[in-house]
Every structure is written in C-alpha cells, then in structure tokens.
Design a protein around this ligand. Structure first.
Ligand SMILES: [Zn+2]
Length: 262
C-alpha cells in the first residue's frame, strides 16, 4: 500500500463525499452519514473477487489503524439492496468524538472554545449563548480526524490509481477460487464417465494437469469453463485408455510368444 500524504483540503473533500447519503435509502444506524462516512462497498452475494478482496483488505487496514477505537470508529455494515442483494459497506467515523462541555453539570458536546486565563474553555451550543450575551470572542472547536478516517481516505485515493488494496490478498483468493471451480468441473467430467475407477481418475488427472493449469486466468473471477475441462479431460482419458490398451495388448502378445516358445 502506497501511503498518501493528503492535504487538509483533500481530506475535507473526501470527508464531505463520504458523508453524502444516497437518496431514497433507509439507514439502520443513525451514525451513518452523520458521524460515519461510507468508504468501500462489496455486493456480498456477487462473485466479484476484486471487490471482495478490496473490501476485506481495506477493512483490516482501517481497523488496524483505528486500534482500540475500531469498535466505535469502524462499522462493517450490511444492508439489503433491491439490486445487489446484500451490500456490505465500511463506515468510518470522520472526526474524534467531541469532548464534553466544561460547564459544571452540562454533558453536551463542546463545539466552541475560548482562551482562558490558565487554559482554554470549551463549551456547548447552549453555553455559547452566555458568551454571546457578554460579547466575548470564541472559536469553533473542531475535533481532529480519526486515524481510521485518515487510513480510509488514503485507501480510496490509492484506489484511483491502482485497482488493488492488497494485490497478494487478491491473488490468493483468485487461486483458491480457481482450484475450487476446477475441482467441481473435474468432478463433473469424471461423473460423465461413471465406469472409470478412482485409479483411472487419478491417472487421467495427472495427464490432464498441465492443460488444466493453462485455464488459470483465462476467465474473470477465476471462473472455469466446464466445456474446456470436459474437452481436456476427454483427450487425457483417451490417451490413458489407449496406453492401458497397448499395455494389455503387449502383455497378450508376450503371453502368446511365451506359449509358442513353450
Ligand atoms: Zn454546556
């Protein structure tokens, strides 16, 4: 992962974008699009490997950056969507939680501050009115960006230039899924020749292996064409049985020669 040194304007832009809620949507958690912006999504029941890899890798990185605050600052959200089925989205708290108001007995969040004699005073919207009445100056108090947000902002920026959050995670998933899909296709090809024994299957698989391996990367999302596998399987199977046949024939010929010799 390339680390991006993002300036404040860029971070602000990313924050605003992530807090812009899609229209006509229902949210199950009132932190969404209020304190927590949306970053990376994945249509969970789809078969897009890159989307899955990026989602899981981004989630791990953002949770890692958030450390002990991960539980509050990072939401691994699932929502039902009419088009995508189930949609997973990473929501990240943009700014640190505001500190409480300094006024005694007040537990509102501080949104303003002013220079005090020894230290500054921070206060809520209600207590701001008291300073207004006295005509005293104060400044807005904006909590810093969270580490989770800084990481998420870096990830979405990097994704503009390079499609993988973690390319090795992606290629691991790709080869695992290819193997599973290939197993399924081989099972199917083997079943079509139900009279073949397990030993035949092993021998045919060994022959077919190099050609089956060539199928890797030919289709998107590690899909495997059953037709291609059946074709490769058929050729390997023919070769296997013709060799067996020759062995058998040779044995017969040798046997006859022995008989003749006797
Ligand atoms: Zn207050």
């Amino acid at each position: 992962m390339i680390s991006y040194d993002l300036d404040n304007d860029t971070l602000y832009e990313i924050a605003v974008k992530s807090l812009t809620a899609p229209s006509n949507a229902y949210f199950w958690d009132d932190r969404l699009y209020e304190t927590h912006g949306a970053f990376v999504s994945w249509a969970e029941r789809g078969d897009d490997l890159l989307e899955e890899s990026n989602y899981r890798s981004a989630l791990a990185l953002i949770q890692g950056a958030a450390g002990e605050s991960a539980e509050d600052h990072v939401i691994d959200g699932t929502s039902s969507h009419w088009a995508f089925g189930s949609l997973r989205t990473i929501y990240v708290q943009i700014r640190e939680t505001a500190e409480p108001c300094d006024f005694q007995g007040c537990d509102e969040e501080s949104h303003w501050w002013r220079e005090g004699v020894e230290t500054h005073t921070q206060f809520c919207e209600d207590h701001r009115a008291e300073y207004d009445a006295e005509g005293l100056p104060y400044e807005p108090l904006i909590p810093p960006f969270t580490d989770a947000f800084l990481e998420a902002a870096g990830i979405v920026t990097a994704l503009l230039d390079y499609p993988f959050v973690d390319e090795s995670d992606y290629s691991d998933r790709e080869s695992q899924r290819f193997e599973a899909n290939l197993d399924e296709a081989v099972d199917q090809a083997h079943k079509l020749n139900w009279e073949d024994t397990d030993a035949d299957r092993e021998a045919i698989l060994e022959r077919a292996w190099p050609d089956l391996g060539e199928l890797y990367g030919q289709q998107a999302n590690a899909e495997v064409s059953w037709e291609s596998v059946a074709e490769i399987w058929g050729e390997a199977r023919d070769a296997h049985f013709s060799e067996l046949g020759n062995l058998h024939l040779n044995a017969q010929i040798e046997g006859q020669l022995l008989l003749v010799a006797a």
